[in-house]
Design a protein around this ligand. Structure first.
Ligand code: FES
Length: 167
């Protein structure tokens, strides 16, 4: 696991002190770690397990229960374009192509050179009547048509850098 910033170590230390039951600290600590590391892999789970003196399996079962914790995020902003039928019929594939190229990603699922963006597809986000839908980390954005995709790229570049997206 890559070294953590002092800010993150400090935040984790506070959370450990705040929760008398170590198990209660798992979720808040994972949120802090995901913010810095982007994804929760086995190394991260082992780190939390060691820190809280809890079995790895217990930490893993909590992490896997919550869809908020990504195992696959490869960039600061994990952009997923819905390709299921309702969004697909509104040309979400064209939206994905525009985002991919304008954000400088070499291919779907690979990060931009600055590691800020990755673009890939996802399945239905359960808001089909508002498509095409795009998810960035945990925020979902609606009605991102091919015509609006260029403006959406500018919005992403201007609004999100170093902030958590919120729709
Ligand atoms: S088809 Fe895209 S949100 Fe359901």
């Amino acid at each position: 696991m890559q070294p953590l910033s002092n800010q993150t170590l400090e935040a984790i230390g506070k959370l450990v002190m705040q929760y008398p039951q170590p198990k209660s600290a798992i979720v808040p600590i994972l949120h802090v770690l995901q913010k810095e590391l982007w994804s929760i892999n086995l190394d991260v789970l082992s780190f939390v397990s060691d820190m809280l003196s809890l079995p790895l399996l217990e930490v893993e079962s909590v992490a896997s229960f919550y869809p908020d914790f990504s195992r696959t995020q490869v960039a600061r902003y994990d952009i997923r374009v819905c390709r299921s039928i309702a969004c697909g019929m509104q040309e979400s594939n064209r939206v994905a192509e525009i985002l991919l190229h304008k954000l400088g990603c070499p291919a779907f699922g690979l990060p931009s050179a600055d590691n800020n963006y990755s673009v890939d597809f996802c399945e239905c986000l359960a808001c089909c009547d508002q498509g095409p839908n795009v998810k960035i980390n945990h925020a979902v954005f609606h009605k991102i048509t091919p015509e609006k995709a260029n403006a959406f790229v500018e919005y992403i570049k201007n609004e999100f850098l170093y902030n958590e997206p919120s729709s």
